[in-house]
Design a protein around this ligand. Sequence first.
Ligand SMILES: NC(=O)c1ccc[n+]([C@@H]2O[C@H](COP(=O)([O-])OP(=O)(O)OC[C@H]3O[C@@H](n4cnc5c(N)ncnc54)[C@H](O)[C@@H]3O)[C@@H](O)[C@H]2O)c1
Length: 380
Amino acid sequence: MSKPLNIGLIGYGFMGRAHSNGYRRVNNFFDLQYHPVLKAACARSRDMVKPFADKWGYESIETDWRKLLERKDIDAIDICVPNNLHAEIALAAARAGKMILCEKPLAMNGSEGLKMVEAVEKAKVPNMVWYNYRRVPAVTLAKKLIDDGRLGEIFHYRANFLQDWTISADLPQGGTALWRLDVQAAGSGVSGDLLAHCIDTAMWLNGGITNLNAMTETFIKERKHQLTGKVEKVGIDDACAFMCRFGNGSLGLFESTRYARGHKALYTFEINGEHASLKWDLHDLHRLEYFDHRDPGIVRGWRSIHVTDGDHPYMGNWWVPGLQIGYEHTFVHQVADFLDGLAKGTPAQPDFRNAHQTQLVLDAILDSAKSLKWVNVPKG
Ligand SMILES: NC(=O)c1ccc[n+]([C@@H]2O[C@H](COP(=O)([O-])OP(=O)(O)OC[C@H]3O[C@@H](n4cnc5c(N)ncnc54)[C@H](O)[C@@H]3O)[C@@H](O)[C@H]2O)c1
């Protein structure tokens, strides 16, 4: 018999849905010693959170997250709200002795993130940050190929995350659905929202980033604020590019923008090593492109690995070879890893401390873009 883990979820938006789906499906596909119970969903508006709770099968609702934290029947708090609320909720949840699953980026900046790390470590509560792209089977396979030494020494790491949804100058900033454009709610623009994913994956695959040089741009300088109704300065980065060095001596190039017309969510990376190279593309997420120079010359070339075999990461839990899975399954995998980590006493990664390193890189990016200088990334 598996043990219940009572979830209190805060925020019913995009991630509220993605996580709820993960909780609901995980035990149908993974054999685990725990099963999530959807105990309570929380958001400010009863009228909005009640239909959400009914749709996803939450047993109850709350309209104040503080009340949720007081409840004895909640084991784990899941933070799916805008970035400026992560720290306050996580610090209080740690004090209340709750496990915490927090959306990315961990915090608004490194110092805020450090307080969160210290709080969960002091309270000894299991914790995790939802950098879900690690759990795309093709990306997890890339990690295995690198760790097995197939690439040899790594020379280059390249990543992009391109979108095009904020090009219109008429788009307001702030409030429901548009908090990402408001620096007070988001902390930063594409760097914290999109590059954070690329940085987390990069450091997981290729190790720590030691120093970097970045540039950012805010193409639309002023936008109407949805909450105040006034035209206000835009404080986020609309686009960001940086070059960096990794601790292993390889060079990194990263770019993210919401102004790449034609791209909706083009997250790609490419890694070039001494013997082999890897490429991955979120638009074709079940494929990993692999080139191995050690293949005989007459058949040497890029192979497109369809990552759907039973011996590929996570795939033995799903369908039969050849049948692919998608974006939502990364959240199922992350829940499975969290529950498995609880049972085994080996915390699923990234935990708060691990995700804090990404926050330090993000701080260095904004520092460098401001100072126009190379910036060293401290080790958290
Ligand atoms: N892992 C990923 O791939 C991924 C993708 C998207 C978003 N995110 C992260 O998830 C978080 C939420 O983003 P989203 O896209 O789900 O946003 P969203 O705008 O879709 O949803 C935000 C939710 O927070 C609620 N909320 C706001 N203030 C609140 C408060 N004071 N108390 C309770 N609820 C409150 C809103 O009502 C809404 O339900 C952000 O930190 C974001 O960076 C991660």
